[in-house]
Ligand binder design. Structure first.
Ligand code: CUA
Length: 315
């Protein structure tokens, strides 16, 4: 049944762990819309004949009983609430990456996708992942807004300059799936394509071994020294001109002017690119912006280094 409707609607294969559920909701909503549409057209046809104009006859007037009106309105409301509930549950699931996900960074620029793996290895327009393993994709852009879209996974997420947005998926079947850019981003937008290659875990492990060049966190450490980050940030917990990076990742940070923020990838990246927007309470606004100075993979490596400085890794 699922397969039949999928083909009828000309949808690509359901290649991620969430695709099937998203499709079922989609079918239900489309099916209901079709049913209501047919009902309305059938009634129009019936009424056209039943109440057609006769010489010397006044068209009869009908009044719907209140109870019928209430029932119709309640059924419609209940249907919409039910869809919202199912949709929202799925949305929440799609928004919450499992803690065992492999973190891969992606940087979009006109007109290509660059991927950076935990080993520090980078690839263009080709994302290799093992099947059955959750992948968390942390995306940003070098220039304009792009949108990372894998139709077969039923997933799409905008990527923005100076910010990190995340998306996660588990590929279910080995195969090659199209990556498209779903946000018009200039003359080469339609050529901004890539592919996800889902591989058997053993093949993936072999491939990673053959391409490993080091470790993203240690690349980040070198970069942090090179860009002068470590002149103001310590890594042993002592506050200096800026907050220490020790145990910073994942902690809750009090902000200047009130409020708190969780120091996640998005916040740390924002702080590199736009340091004064969410200033940590008790520190002067001394830090310069690194927007345009740090490339996407470099910012990712530094975040990965900060992440490695937690005393209790895992969260
Ligand atoms: Cu990038 Cu459209």
């Amino acid at each position: 049944m699922n397969e039949l409707i999928r083909r009828a609607l000309m949808l690509p294969p359901q290649a991620s762990s969430v695709a099937h559920r998203i499709d079922v909701l989609h079918y239900t909503v489309i099916g209901a819309a079709f049913a209501v549409c047919f009902l309305v057209f059938a009634l129009i046809g019936y009424f056209l004949i039943r109440f057609r104009d006769h010489e010397g006859r006044k068209p009869p007037r009908y009044k719907l009983p209140h109870l019928v009106e209430v029932v119709l309105a309640s059924v419609t409301l209940a249907a919409f609430l039910a869809w919202w509930f199912v949709g929202f549950t799925q949305f929440e699931d799609i928004r919450t990456p499992p803690s065992n996900a492999i973190r891969i960074y992606t940087v979009a620029k006109q007109w290509m996708w660059q991927f950076v793996y935990p080993s520090g290895m980078a690839a263009e327009d080709e994302l290799r992942v093992p099947v059955g393993q959750p992948i968390e994709l942390l995306g940003t852009s070098r220039d304009v807004i792009h949108s990372f879209y894998v139709p077969a996974f039923r997933l799409k997420e905008d990527v923005l300059p100076g910010r990190i947005t995340t998306l996660w998926f588990t590929a279910e079947e080995p195969g090659t799936y199209q990556i498209l850019c779903a946000e018009y981003c200039g003359a080469g937008h339609s050529r901004m394509r890539g592919r996800v290659i889902a591989m058997q875990p053993t093949d993936y492990a072999t491939w990673v071994q053959g391409h490993t060049s080091g470790d993203l966190a240690s690349t980040g450490e070198h970069l942090a020294a090179q860009y002068g980050c470590l002149r103001c940030h310590t890594v042993d917990g002592t506050p200096h001109l800026g907050p220490s990076w020790k145990d910073l990742y994942g902690s809750t940070v009090p902000l200047d002017g009130g409020g708190r923020v969780i120091a996640d990838d998005a916040y740390l990246t924002e702080s590199m690119m736009d340091p004064t927007v969410k200033l940590v309470a008790g520190y002067p606004p001394l830090m310069p912006s690194y927007l345009g100075r740090l490339s996407g993979p470099e910012a990712a490596a530094i975040v990965e280094y900060i992440r490695s400085l937690r005393s209790t890794p895992g969260e």
